[in-house]
Design a protein around this ligand. Structure first.
Ligand code: KIV
Length: 271
């Protein structure tokens, strides 16, 4: 057995993610709870505690109703469960749009109470001033443009962006504005491939795609979608596991055992 002291694991930092522009693809998944985060931590460069937790964990219709304290609670769990990946926590709707000052107050609360490494917020050029305000005050920001679920009401639903080429300049301007304002990475969600490829070439920060093609500098998926827990995952999602079926089989087996008073062990030791 080696007597060498184990090196402490160091978390991946914001500058390390930013430096991956054009390099080895960045691996990322969402996670909302400690046990799954501990598994994801072994493979992902960053873990997003996304506000999609409102839909995935709490059965909400959209992300709009997600409160700040819920993000903080799940953010804490993910930070506790991990030691290697950078943890990024989403700022929920209504906690950053009003002014840079309000955004700072809420982002600082997220960072203090979860000990995460960065926050993410949705919006392009309109959020540039806020992104600059936060980054100049020590809060690393990941930006998010294209299909932005918190604006689904104004966008008229969850629609792929950039289908019409005349809409591209606005998306390109959004990407440039958030990069110039100091965002360290940029999520491109629900965007046609040629536009995602164009933006990826235009900005100096890594782009992280979700339904935006392999042309981005990295990829993110909602963990439950790729694990087969969502009965209706978005079309672009490759499903890597069948956890829905596994859970169903396990629960059915358990229910059968309980009803048959058939437990596999007589051992009454608790642990
Ligand atoms: O909340 C979330 O899960 C996200 C990803 C879709 C990027 O923002």
């Amino acid at each position: 057995m080696s007597t060498e002291p184990q090196k402490p694991v160091r978390r991946i930092t914001v500058p390390q993610i930013a430096a991956r522009k054009g390099g080895e693809p960045i691996v990322s998944l969402t996670s909302y709870h400690a046990h799954t985060a501990a598994i994801v931590d072994r493979y992902a460069d960053f873990i997003l505690v996304g506000d999609s937790l409102g839909m995935v964990m709490h059965g909400m219709e959209t992300t709009i109703g997600v409160p700040l304290d819920l993000m903080i609670m799940h953010g804490r769990a993910v930070v506790r469960g991990t030691k290697r990946a950078l943890v990024v926590v989403d700022m929920p709707f209504g906690t950053y749009e009003e002014s840079p000052q309000v955004a700072f107050r809420n982002a600082a609360q997220i960072m203090k109470e979860t000990q995460c490494g960065a926050v993410k917020l949705e919006g392009g050029a309109r959020m540039a001033e806020t992104i600059r305000f936060l980054t100049e005050r020590g809060i690393p920001v990941m930006a998010h443009i294209g299909l932005t679920p918190q604006s689904s009401h104004t966008m008229g639903g969850f629609k792929t962006q950039g289908r019409e080429e005349d809409s591209w300049p606005a998306h390109e301007a959004d990407a440039k504005a958030v990069a110039e304002a100091g965002a360290f990475a940029l999520v491109l969600e629900g965007m046609v491939e040629p536009l995602a490829a164009k933006i990826t070439k235009q900005v100096a920060i890594p782009t992280i795609g979700i339904g935006a093609s392999a042309e981005c500098d990295g990829q993110i998926l909602v963990l439950e979608d790729m694990l087969g827990l969502n009965p209706k995952p978005p079309k672009f999602v490759k499903v890597y596991g069948r956890l829905g079926e596994e859970i169903e089989n396990a629960v059915r087996g358990y229910a059968e055992d309980v009803r048959a008073r058939s437990f596999p062990t007589d051992d009454q030791t608790y642990r």
